[in-house]
Unconditional design. Structure first.
Length: 223
């Protein structure tokens, strides 16, 4: 059963030194988890979007790493990062521009910002596990009503992943990341938990599976 515990990074100011350090830690953890490769693979059978919305995308570095894997097949995409904090750097925006992509940011609560747009595809990386099942069902219903495709890469809730989360100190992770890594796995997903929360209305092809080494992937493709 999922266990939700507040994560420290969510409650730190963007310019707090511990938050800055933890975001660097997360970039390393994403690399160890192969998150950008897994997300790019999850998106590989979707048609090229005009607008891709990344929910809870933070500083945008993750979705930029995914864009670098997809840019040759998906030219001229506009990425819109939805987050509570406006922390997308000039360098990250320039990275998208170098790929021929455009990047913008929409700041605010996800339940208020997502209804303002109509993306072709919505992506989520390590964000859904912050929400309880009621909020997840609400969000997934909102996504299904706005987009044609959805892909999420979340923590896999397993004994192996939990063990690994206790070892992030070996990557030089600070106290914030050490706490949040364990909390993330305990709040993560397995089996068909996300599929069970997807709204029954409409024609969708759903897929949900583990991805080595620590990731749980969920996809929804409108038919």
């Amino acid at each position: 059963m999922r266990a939700l515990v507040p994560e420290i990074l969510d409650h730190l100011a963007p310019d707090d030194p511990r938050a800055i350090r933890s975001r660097r830690d997360l970039a390393r953890i994403n690399w160890v988890m192969r998150q950008s490769a897994i997300m790019a693979q999850a998106l590989s059978d979707f048609p090229a979007p005009k607008l891709l919305a990344d929910l809870g995308g933070g500083d945008g570095r993750f979705v930029l790493s995914v864009a670098r894997r997809l840019a040759k097949r998906w030219p001229g995409v506009k990425v819109l990062i939805l987050d509570q904090q406006n922390i997308v750097s000039t360098e990250t925006r320039a990275g998208f521009a170098a790929l021929g992509w455009d990047c913008d940011m929409l700041q605010g609560d996800i339940f208020q910002t997502l209804p303002q747009i109509a993306p072709d595809i919505v992506t989520v990386n390590l964000f859904l596990h912050h929400l309880d099942d009621a909020a997840l069902a609400r969000l997934l219903t909102l996504v299904a009503g706005r987009a044609k495709g959805f892909a999420a890469c979340e923590p896999r809730r397993s004994a192996f992943a939990l063990l690994a989360s206790h070892l992030v100190f070996a990557l030089g992770a600070n106290d914030v990341t050490r706490h949040d890594a364990v909390a993330s796995v305990r709040a993560g997903f397995r089996d068909g938990e996300l599929s069970s929360l997807w709204p029954p209305a409409g024609a969708w092809r759903l897929g949900e599976q583990a991805a080595f080494p620590f990731t749980h992937v969920f996809k929804a493709h409108a038919l």
